[in-house]
Write a protein that binds this ligand. Structure first.
Ligand SMILES: Nc1ncnc2c1ncn2[C@@H]1O[C@H](COP(=O)(O)OP(=O)(O)O)[C@@H](O)[C@H]1O
Ligand SMILES: [Mg+2]
Length: 337
């Protein structure tokens, strides 16, 4: 199959995308697919297999043209993390263009990328979330709003980013203003959330399908720092993944069911990694859903599937088949339907 691998991007998570794309390319290539590489540069420019590219909005299906003419492909595989990639924008472009694409659709992507929208959907479905409020840049947060359940320690986060970028843990109100300023430098929409002390970080991979979502076994992240910040994620050699997570079978199965529900309430298309925080007492909270989770050779997403009996090549085939059979909005029915 001819697959257009789209990677790089403008977001602060660009570097991670380059690493993830390397691994995805290796697996797709080994599975015999023909890869066409489209890199989105840090300033948003597109480069197709090292040359300039044009987008032609033709009737039915838009076309990409490189130096040697039109480039045809069967599927787009976006490996972009963060805004303008993981958030439904690139997926929307694919819908407009009439291109099938791997991973979550527009709605699942944009809901999952937005921590405010995600939490509202979780609350609606009665999935457990930590106490939180939303703050917009247009309005300052008075300290009186941070009382009771929401008194420090809290986490201040940009609503639509990932990789822990722009996030600060605030233990003391004196630090709140700086934390808000820092998060505002990335997004005008923020989340302030009660910190869960000594939380365990448990993650579950999910795959969408015509009969609903299916979940992998849970894994655990041991951050190697006080919390899983950018450095702990990508630079700290002490961070470790434990697969499977050391949990009772009851809790493991509750995590799987909750991960499926969390994914489905956001639309349940494509694939995702659902992240939880588990208190020392055993209380479980859904933290977030990543629709294009890290995909480097050591990433949790595919390692959880591998431990659950689906190695990377088969995982890719599942992802591709879900993408090819998904019913598209405003388009023809798939063959045989
Ligand atoms: N409420 C919380 N209590 C304890 N730790 C938290 C909380 N929120 C976030 N963290 C820590 O910050 C990390 C990043 O937060 P997260 O919401 O997952 O943002 P991102 O989308 O950037 O990954 C988490 O993996 C965890 O280590
Ligand atoms: Mg996270």
């Amino acid at each position: 199959m001819d697959i257009l691998l789209v990677y790089g991007g403008r977001s602060a998570e660009r570097r991670i995308s380059l690493e993830s794309a390397g691994f995805v390319a290796e697996v797709l290539d080994a599975a015999g697919h023909n890869l066409i590489r489209l890199e989105i540069g840090a300033k948003g420019e597109w480069t197709l297999d090292d040359g300039p590219v044009q987008l032609r909005a033709l009737p039915e299906s838009w076309k990409l043209a490189g130096q040697d003419g039109v480039v045809d492909f069967d599927l787009v595989f976006p490996v972009l993390h963060g805004p303008l990639g993981e958030d439904g924008t690139v997926q929307g472009l694919c819908e407009m263009a009439g291109w099938r694409y791997a991973g979550a659709d527009v709605m699942t992507s944009s809901l999952a990328m937005n921590k405010v929208a995600t939490k509202r959907m979780f609350e609606w479905r009665r999935l457990p979330v930590l106490p939180w409020i939303t703050v917009r840049a247009s309005r300052s947060l008075s300290t009186s709003e941070l009382t009771g359940e929401l008194s420090p320690p809290v986490f201040v986060k940009p609503a639509r980013l990932g990789s822990s970028i722009g996030i600060t843990r605030v233990d003391n109100l004196d630090r709140l203003e700086d934390a808000l300023d820092h998060a505002y430098s990335y997004d005008c929409l923020l989340v302030v959330e009660k910190a869960l002390d000594r939380a365990r970080e448990i993650e579950v991979s999910v795959l969408g399908g015509p009969d609903g979502a299916s979940a992998s076994m849970p894994g655990e992240v041991l951050p190697g720092k006080e919390w899983y910040d950018y450095e702990a994620k990508y630079e700290c050699e002490d961070s470790r993944l434990v697969i499977p997570a050391d949990l009772s079978s009851d809790l493991a199965s509750r995590l799987k069911t909750t991960a499926e529900k969390a994914f489905e309430v956001l639309g349940g298309t494509g694939f995702a990694r659902v992240d939880f925080l588990l208190s020392p007492k055993g209380d479980l909270y859904v933290n977030e859903v990543n629709t294009i989770p890290g995909f480097t050779s050591i990433s949790m997403f595919h390692r959880l599937w591998e431990a659950s009996g689906i190695p990377p090549k088969r995982l890719m085939e599942r992802i591709i088949s879900e993408a090819l059979t998904r019913r598209r909005i405003g388009r023809e029915r798939p063959v045989g339907e």
